[in-house]
Design a protein around this ligand. Structure first.
Ligand code: NAD
Length: 471
């Protein structure tokens, strides 16, 4: 859907000021029709250094505020975002092409994350523990890590910023946000909205191409923590670079998530969940179902209903022409039941695509495409389904459709994934739920939930030894 939202050029936000990049700008196009949306600051090491310096300078005063105060600031930001949810969503529609109701839902999800994090201001629980030594009290307390580099994907931009910026700042860190080059406008909007409530330098936003703005940020000695959401390929590069200087690194990476349809499933609902999991947001979710694993006895019935519904499923474009070309290239030679071609209109639209007869060890089965493409697999029974689901380099989310408690429990126990859903889709997280994957979907950290506090704080153990003789 094209939109008429007119946007100014997007500059960096450094030390509370809007500043251009020395190298000039790059063009951001609307995926919905290929027209120019805005020019974006093309940052490199100079701008990154300025942003990190601003974050370093702002850090002591921000960390000195109480968690209650910082929670109140996050609440104010969330309230302001709630008031401007429509404006935020319009910007997201313009830069991603996704349908407005989806973008509105994402605005609301970002707001809810703010409220959830704000509530931590009255908790941020530590622990006490015992000691073998008399009169010794041991407290585990949380401390900010320092300056956080927050590098995010384009796919659900507002929640992506909220999931990182809110807990990072709440925990007493200052931050440099490096948004995706595909969603600069929502990041500028979000940064400026936050800026109304924050001291200068607490949140800085540096725009730029990943290969130019990303490495200097990851390498910067002023950055204590790199929190990254994006592809496994980029995550590996970041981990290697940051590992050289032993910085703390949290990676939330890709998925090739499977949804299993058993022979006792409600097929109508299974089709609905499969459609939403595979094609909503044009399949550009880390939690998308790109593998549908169906019991033999219901396979033909499920396939016919699913393919029929996929033909009329309305979804947005993929994020760029380059992404569309990459996906089309990967489909070459595959058996396509529907889709597999670009839609006959301007912009980067790919018809919802269903594939069949792809070997589980074929490249297509093992590679995340990040588009509206899913593959059907036929299995005999639950054990074969579990083996197929686990035969993947990734382990982010998974789902099973079944009426059997026993099958659901067996699946939940055996599946190698960070998230399991019974009788639902592979996507759909909420702020209070931890989220993350195993294997090449991450490095063991979890976002959202109270688990996010472990990313953005370090534990400090305080030992108090009292002397009763001195009372
Ligand atoms: P990407 O890896 O291409 O880019 C992600 C971010 O990294 C962008 O901001 C980009 O500019 C930056 N970047 C690129 N190269 C860099 C480099 N060399 N150094 C530092 N930064 C660099 O990913 P994408 O296409 O934006 O997003 C899609 C991927 O994100 C998919 O794999 C998807 O599964 C994953 N994702 C994961 C989660 C999760 O929570 N696990 C959530 C959303 C998306």
């Amino acid at each position: 859907m094209a939109t008429t939202v007119a946007l100014e050029d997007v500059w960096n936000l450094i030390g509370g000021e809007r500043v251009p990049a020395r190298a000039g700008t790059f063009e951001k196009l609307r995926p919905a029709d290929g027209t120019l949306l805005c020019h974006v600051a093309s940052s490199g090491s100079e701008e990154v250094a300025a942003a990190v310096s601003a974050a370093v300078a702002a850090r002591p005063a921000w960390a000195a505020r109480t968690p209650v105060e910082r929670g109140e600031v996050i609440r104010e930001i969330a309230l302001a975002l709630r008031v401007r949810r429509g404006e935020a969503a319009e910007i997201v529609v313009a830069e991603t092409g996704k349908p407005l109701p989806l973008a509105l839902g994402e605005s609301d999800a970002a707001v809810e994350m703010g409220f959830f994090v704000a509530g931590e201001g009255r908790r941020l629980y530590g622990r006490t523990t015992t000691s073998s030594m008399p009169n010794r009290t041991v407290m585990a307390t949380r401390r900010p890590v320092g300056v956080a580099a927050l590098i995010v994907s384009f796919n659900t931009p507002l929640p992506n910023y909220a999931w990182k910026v809110f807990p990072a700042l709440f925990c007493g860190n200052t931050a440099v946000l490096k948004p995706s080059e595909h969603t600069p406008a929502s990041a500028a909007f979000f940064g400026e909205l936050c800026q109304e409530f924050l001291p200068a330098g607490v949140l800085n936003v540096v725009h730029g191409l990943g290969s130019e703005a990303g490495p200097p940020l990851v390498d910067s000695p002023g950055v204590d923590l790199v929190s990254f959401t994006g592809s496994t390929e980029t995550g590996r590069l970041i981990n290697e670079r940051a590992g050289r200087r032993l910085a703390k690194v949290a990676l939330e990476l890709g998925g090739k998530n499977a949804l299993v349809v058993c022979d006792d499933a409600d097929l109508e609902r299974a089709v609905e969940w499969s459609l939403a999991s595979a094609f909503s947001n044009a399949g550009q979710r880390c939690a998308s179902a790109s593998r549908l694993v169906v019991f033999d006895s219901v396979y033909d019935d499920f396939r016919d209903r699913f393919v029929e519904s996929a033909r009329s499923y309305e979804t947005g474009p993929v994020i760029s022409e380059a992404s569309l070309e990459r996906i089309l290239g990967a489909l070459a030679g595959a058996r396509v039941l529907t889709g597999g071609t670009r839609l006959d209109r301007p912009g980067s639209w790919l018809a919802p695509t269903v594939l069949e007869d792809v070997a589980p060890d074929a490249r297509l089965s093992c590679t995340e495409l990040f588009g509206p493409v899913t593959i059907l697999y036929r299995v005999r029974d639950l054990e074969e389904a579990i083996a197929l689901v686990n035969d993947s380099p990734y382990g982010l989310t998974s789902a099973i459709q079944t009426a059997s408690l026993h099958r659901a429990m067996r699946f939940a126990d055996a599946v190698e994934a960070g998230v399991v859903v019974v009788n639902g889709g592979t996507h759909g997280s909420e702020p209070q739920m931890g989220f993350g994957g195993v294997k090449q979907s991450g490095t063991g950290w979890r976002e959202a939930g109270v688990e996010a506090l472990d990313v953005y704080t370090d534990w400090k153990y305080v030992n108090l030894i009292a002397d009763p003789a001195q009372t």
